[in-house]
Design a protein around this ligand. Structure first.
Ligand code: SF4
Ligand code: SF4
Length: 406
């Protein structure tokens, strides 16, 4: 899913390097509500500093089972039944405990299709009772009236539904199931009618890159609270996608600039996810416009950064493997073998990802590296080294142009 990257609140002790001890009293929404009128940018910068390496989001592949077989799915072993090595209900509850012990992140119940899990509402309710914000990432096709009510009753705070295009043909061609677009729309409307906070996610690739405006209109028409576009990553935990779906880096830049223009309308929350250099573009554009980036001018985007893999987010597979994100198949630990809090705090993979000074190539030279970091998964796909430079960024860092650091 795209990734509702919603970090949470300010660390009370204000230790920039501290993370993951469940003592954080404020969610990002609460912080945002408190500082949204601040125009100096200082409060948001302070927030970012204090939130460094604090667990913001856990994407949990609750099951590998799914009713669709989308072309770009990061999973190789698409299954239409529950997989035998999915976590049991007891393991799932233990995992929720472990996450709650580590921090107060948003727990994104994803899949596969999470609604395939018969115990998904028990898990959601339990996670809510432990103080976690719970989001559900679904394809929406299984959301009938009864399921919609169950989702709401479980205390889920937000549902994201993924679309692969702004019209039925584009979407259904990708999903390989005729009628899936209409079913997703119907599921969306049912939840919206029950008052659920709704998000539309869309993976942008060659087949739908010209539909971003239409998607934006669709999101407005449907009354979505947020539109998150996710820039395709050609690799995941076990799957590769045809290179011919990747946008050219120049097109990528164009798309992100256009998305910046849409975001300035501020009609709904917009987020370019897994497009870390959006945060460089945001700064370049704000500079041109003579604006200081603050929550007032750029919403929650002012309070987060590009790639959060292993620094603010992680992905837990249906078997319990922990990865920096669902697209970077470098295992950081395993919840069936280790304590989640220890993995989050001490995994060598995460530690490396938390040090921008280790970035290589032009990302290592870049003056934007702390707010961008480049996509570590695309770097990995390209070179086998997740610290290498992001291959889909056209920016030439200042140091490389002038030989001097800013
Ligand atoms: S590594 Fe890439 S895909 Fe993963 S979180 Fe970072 S930007 Fe997104
Ligand atoms: S060179 Fe790397 S760090 Fe700099 S903007 Fe591009 S992707 Fe980001």
């Amino acid at each position: 899913m795209s990734h509702p990257h919603h970090p949470h609140g300010q660390h009370p002790g204000g230790h920039p390097g501290s993370h993951g001890h469940g003592d954080n009293p404020e969610t990002i929404k609460e912080t945002y509500a408190r500082i949204k009128d601040d125009t100096s940018g200082k409060t948001a910068a302070e927030y970012m500093k204090n939130m460094k390496n604090q667990l913001r989001l856990v994407f949990w592949e609750t099951t590998v089972g799914c009713n669709l077989e989308c072309i770009h799915c990061r999973r190789l072993d698409v299954s239409t039944t529950l997989a035998r090595d999915d976590m049991s209900t007891k393991e799932a509850f233990d995992f929720v405990d472990a996450v709650a012990e580590t921090g107060k992140p948003i727990l994104v119940l994803s899949g596969g299709e999470p609604l395939f899990r018969p115990d998904i509402f028990d898990i959601a309710r339990y996670a809510v009772s432990k103080g976690l914000n719970v989001a559900l990432a679904t394809n929406g096709t299984l959301v009938d009236d009864i399921t919609a009510t169950k989702i709401v009753d479980a205390g889920i705070a937000r549902v994201s539904i993924s679309f692969d295009g702004a019209d039925a043909k584009t979407h259904d061609d990708f999903r390989k199931i005729p009628g899936s677009f209409e079913r997703s729309i119907a599921g969306f409307k049912r939840l919206k009618n029950l008052g659920m906070s709704m998000q539309i996610n869309c993976t942008i690739a060659k087949h739908n890159v010209d539909q971003i405006d239409d998607l934006y209109q669709l999101a407005l028409q449907l009354g979505a609270d947020a539109l998150h576009i996710f820039m395709l990553v050609p690799v995941g935990c076990g799957v590769q996608i045809a290179d011919d779906q990747m946008l050219h880096p120049r097109k990528y830049e164009e798309v992100l600039n256009h998305f910046y223009d849409l975001s300035k309308e501020a009609r709904i929350q917009t987020k370019a996810t897994c497009a870390p250099h959006y945060f460089r573009i945001m700064r370049e554009r704000a500079k041109e416009e003579g604006i200081t980036i603050s929550p007032k001018t750029h919403g929650m985007a002012a309070m987060t950064k590009g790639c959060l893999a292993g620094t603010g987010v992680c992905f837990v597979s249906h078997k319990g493997e922990v990865f920096p994100c669902g697209y970077l198949p470098v295992e950081a630990g395993h919840v069936r073998k280790q304590k989640f809090v220890d993995i989050w705090n001490d995994s060598p993979v995460f530690k490396k990802l938390r040090d921008p000074e280790l970035l290589e190539g032009k990302c290592g030279e870049c003056e934007y590296k702390k707010v961008c970091e480049g996509c570590r998964a695309r770097a990995f796909y390209d070179t086998g080294n997740y610290l290498a430079e992001e291959p889909y960024c056209i920016y030439e860092p200042k140091l490389m142009r002038t030989g001097n650091k800013q």
